[in-house]
Design a protein around this ligand. Structure first.
Ligand code: TXA
Ligand code: MG
Length: 325
């Protein structure tokens, strides 16, 4: 199959909606990362999506809709969910909710769970496509399963070219790291740190968020089925929190101070030379991809502070380092 790439405009949104309606697969930017969209109500389309990504079918998908009103047709909101939706939607937050009665999303998309992950994206291109289509769109990150999430149309093409119908190119995604996932099945629990920092959520809830039990790579009955320990993996091995670079390593730097022996690196990129975590999140996946392509035996990663978006950045780095290859 030839994968077409269209610049994001009204014609692209209309074409995306037509393809989704015909059961096809369309990649598009959200504020976090590029998503690979399929009609959430079409089982064959969802099956094709799992196949294109090479994703284990037990890993459920996020349903994307335009607003809270549409979200309420999919999931049931408790008081915490209401609060979070009104504080942060549209934006980089996903809520896991009990499936609503009459929810039109096919069971395959939720992997047979009685809960559903719902998100209202803020990116204009994503919203234009949702508006044109008029139904919920399931969209995992538009990468091959287990690979680094895409933040540009070129990343999507490199992973999924020839396997999907259309890529709508809306430039680099502004946040650069996936949405924060909070379950609201009872008391709210943080399932995945992401583009919305924990502190903002805790402030809106006026309480601390519990953490999901740590993923251990055993995916039999996890809280967040997709949180396999080894996820987001580049092919090159990562060495985290390094102070000193070994000769010939690829260096992923952070901040203004150079690592020891930095000049011996084969190649290096800085997540944010001024030490800004927002900029670092936006650069994380594209820098990992670029260093992965450099052919070094290891990627040495300088320490990144854990506050704000640093929690999500460190989470992705630890997962990327855990891949056995
Ligand atoms: O920012 C994002 O969230 C991007 C953009 C495209 O929206 N999407 C994304 O989707 O990151 P994906 O499929 O790569 O990650 C979704 C995560 C997976 O870890 C999955 O297991 C979890 O959400 N998930 C989905 N439904 C769930 C459910 N009912 N209960 C618990 N976890 C769920
Ligand atoms: Mg993903």
């Amino acid at each position: 199959m030839a994968t077409r790439v269209m610049p994001a405009d009204a014609a692209a949104a209309a074409e995306a909606a037509r393809i989704l309606g015909a059961g096809g697969l369309v990649a598009f930017p959200t504020e976090t990362v590029y998503g690979l969209g399929a009609d959430a109500t079409n089982g064959r389309a969802v099956a094709r999506l799992y196949e294109a990504k090479g994703r284990p079918a037990f890993n459920p998908l996020i349903a994307h809709v335009l607003d809270s009103q549409a979200a309420k047709k999919l999931g049931r909101f408790n008081a915490a969910a209401e609060r979070l939706a009104s504080a942060f939607w549209p934006g980089p937050l996903t809520l896991v909710l009990p499936r609503a009665i009459g929810c039109p999303v096919v069971e395959l998309a939720t992997a047979g769970l009685d809960s559903i992950a719902v998100r209202v994206p803020s990116h204009k291109v994503a919203r234009d496509i949702l508006k044109a289509f008029g139904k919920p769109v399931v969209a995992p990150s538009a990468n091959c399963s287990g690979h680094v999430s895409p933040t540009t149309a070129a990343h999507v093409l490199a992973d999924l070219g020839g396997r999907i119908d259309l890529i709508v190119d809306g430039g680099a995604t502004p946040v650069g790291i996936e949405s924060t996932i909070v379950t609201c099945l009872g008391a709210p629990v943080l399932l995945r740190p992401g583009g919305l920092p924990r502190a903002a959520i805790e402030q809106a809830l006026e309480r601390k968020l519990a953490d999901a039990p740590a993923a251990d790579g055993d995916d039999d009955a996890p809280m967040a089925p997709g949180m396999l320990a080894a996820h987001y993996a580049p092919r090159t091995r990562l060495r985290l929190n390094i102070r000193r670079v070994e000769t010939g390593e690829a260096l992923l730097a952070f901040g203004p101070a150079p690592a020891e022996n930095a000049r011996a690196a084969k190649t290096s990129l800085n997540l944010s030379a001024r030490g800004d975590l927002i900029e670092a999140a936006a650069n994380l996946f594209s820098h990992l991809r670029a260093l992965d392509a450099a052919g070094a035996a290891t990627i040495a990663v300088m320490p990144v502070p854990a506050d704000g978006l640093g929690e999500a950045i460190n989470d992705r780095l630890v997962r990327a380092a855990a891949g056995d290859r």
